[in-house]
Ligand binder design. Structure first.
Ligand SMILES: [Cu+2]
Length: 502
């Protein structure tokens, strides 16, 4: 099937003819007929796809004369914005022009395991120099994204360290319109290197209380490891930082008018990092988290966005000037993590002013005094770190089990019955912060560090060091379902598990 489509396309290219304006010789028709699968006619061959993505290695200029090599979608970074309509079926052709088989994950969408893009769930690979055509029904509406689901291990050119990240916006079935001024921002670091240890800041998290038992367990395991002469496990750092593929000051500014309300769709496309974002003199009205509308869309001065999280927020442009919208981290911002916002008729040098101290609490956007429904069953999950245990890399475990680093399919550890509501009681026995992700389902935040909450639907949540959280989900999408930390190093070295439906 695909061979015929391919050969026909190549034939059309070779003859310089566009589809729809075809004059074919008898010989050419015979060649096409011979190329067709037996018993098939041209009528059964699906029409061209709605979208075509080529996975390929490309030079990407992140600043003038600063050109890096990345695996990309369609030779650009970020990958093209794909706009879908909720519930309206689409066909996407995925070409892999590289030497490595690939997985393209439709993050945040309720799709089948055949489409989802995770080898662990059984999604077929897009073969090296091969193609897959997939058809699916986009849902739910909101800001989603697509990215590679290859594991990288020790290879910092592979997986999400490269350029395989692109935004998806699914328009709600019942609403026709787009917001007047919409801006999509993809935050991404490049030029990664390994270091020994290094802490990830997490003092922005609220509520803050740590669980003493978890802390004792984690700290004593680390002490024991260091006492045996083990170094700290590898971490990843970056040389360059970008928004929409350009370092601060080297891309087109966001041009705004006084008084307008701009809807920002922000995606943290990082492999490993948690990002912050502020715009001096302005506030963000958070209307959706991970694409899902929040019950309480309040204004905040700073956004904190975990690896793979998305925030949709409206900014009222009421403070004319030229501003740097950027990360709070001075080094990362100076190395590129920012973008200029320029009011019409206000030329000048872009300014940065640090915002007041602010804590990030998902519950701020939740239903006031809301209570989540009672689950049918609760699963306990404890996350732990074996320092430097895997050839110098930290090995990660869920309830003492590390997902195998070789091979694709491991048996499922958790079993679901369709239609039931499940609660995950997650306990982090490590000092690292983890952006926890569930495939093919959304979950509701039901408890943060012991405080109940309700009404926030997400597919990634940050779980702070030695903290506890609970999330609920409805088993409404049968098939193998991957659960993992979205920090690439953690995921690649054990921090994954599978749910199945029984
Ligand atoms: Cu993690």
């Amino acid at each position: 099937m695909k061979d015929f489509g391919e050969s026909r396309r190549r034939f059309l290219q070779a003859t310089g003819l566009a589809a729809g304006a075809i004059l074919l010789s008898k010989e050419a028709l015979a060649e096409i007929a011979a190329a067709m699968p037996h018993g098939k006619t041209e009528q059964t061959e699906p029409a061209s796809a709605d979208y075509t993505l080529h996975i390929k290695d490309s030079p990407i200029e992140i600043a003038p004369k600063r050109i890096i090599s990345l695996t990309t979608y369609n030779g650009q970074f970020p990958g093209p914005l794909l706009r879908f309509k909720e519930g309206q079926q689409v066909t996407v052709d995925l070409y892999n022009d590289t030497d490595t088989r690939e997985q393209l994950h439709w993050h945040g969408q309720k799709v089948s395991t055949d489409v989802d893009g995770a080898a662990e769930e059984g999604t077929p690979f897009i073969p090296a120099h091969g193609k897959r055509r997939i058809t699916f029904t986009p849902r739910p509406s909101g800001l989603r994204f697509y990215h590679t689901h290859n594991r990288a291990g020790a290879n910092l050119a592979a997986g999400q360290y490269g350029g395989e990240v692109g935004p998806v916006y699914i328009e709600p079935a019942q609403e026709p319109g787009r917001h007047g001024h919409e801006v999509f921002l993809v935050l991404k670091e490049f030029e990664p290197t390994f270091s020994r240890g290094g802490d990830m800041a997490q003092d922005f998290m609220s509520p803050a209380p740590r669980n003493k038992d978890l802390e004792e367990a984690g700290e004593s395991a680390m002490k024991a490891s260091l006492a045996k002469g083990m170094p700290h496990g590898y971490e990843v750092g970056y040389r360059s930082f970008t928004i929409n593929g350009r370092m601060l000051g080297h891309g087109e500014p966001i041009r705004v008018k006084q008084g307008e309300r701009v809807l920002f769709h922000i995606l943290n496309g990082s492999a490993t990092e948690i990002r912050s974002l502020a715009l001096p003199g302005h506030t963000f009205q958070v209307v959706a988290l991970d694409g899902n509308p929040v019950p309480n869309p309040v204004q905040v001065p700073v956004l904190w966005i975990g690896t793979a999280e998305r925030i949709s927020a409206i900014v009222e442009m009421n403070h004319p000037g030229v501003w740097i919208m950027g990360d709070l981290d001075n080094d990362d911002r100076r190395n590129g993590m920012g973008i200029v916002v320029e009011y019409a008729g206000r030329p000048g040098k872009a300014q940065w002013i640090a915002p007041p101290a602010f804590k990030w609490n998902y519950a701020r956007f939740a239903k006031a005094a809301g209570t989540a429904a009672t689950p049918d069953e609760t699963f306990d999950m404890t996350f732990a770190k074996d320092n430097a245990a895997e050839e110098g890399f930290n090995r990660w475990t869920i309830n003492g089990v590390a997902y195998p680093t070789a091979g694709e399919i491991a048996p499922a550890s958790f079993h679901l019955t369709e239609g039931k509501r499940y609660r995950l009681r997650m306990r982090n026995a490590s000092d690292d912060i983890h952006p926890i992700h569930l495939h093919r389902h959304s979950f509701e935040l039901t408890s943060l560090a012991g405080k109940p909450t309700a009404g926030i639907l997400k597919d990634v949540m940050m779980l702070g060091g030695y903290q506890e959280a609970e999330v609920d989900f409805i088993a409404d999408n049968p098939g193998l379902t991957l659960f993992h930390c979205h920090q690439q190093l953690h995921m690649d070295f054990g921090f994954m598990t599978l749910f199945d439906y029984v």
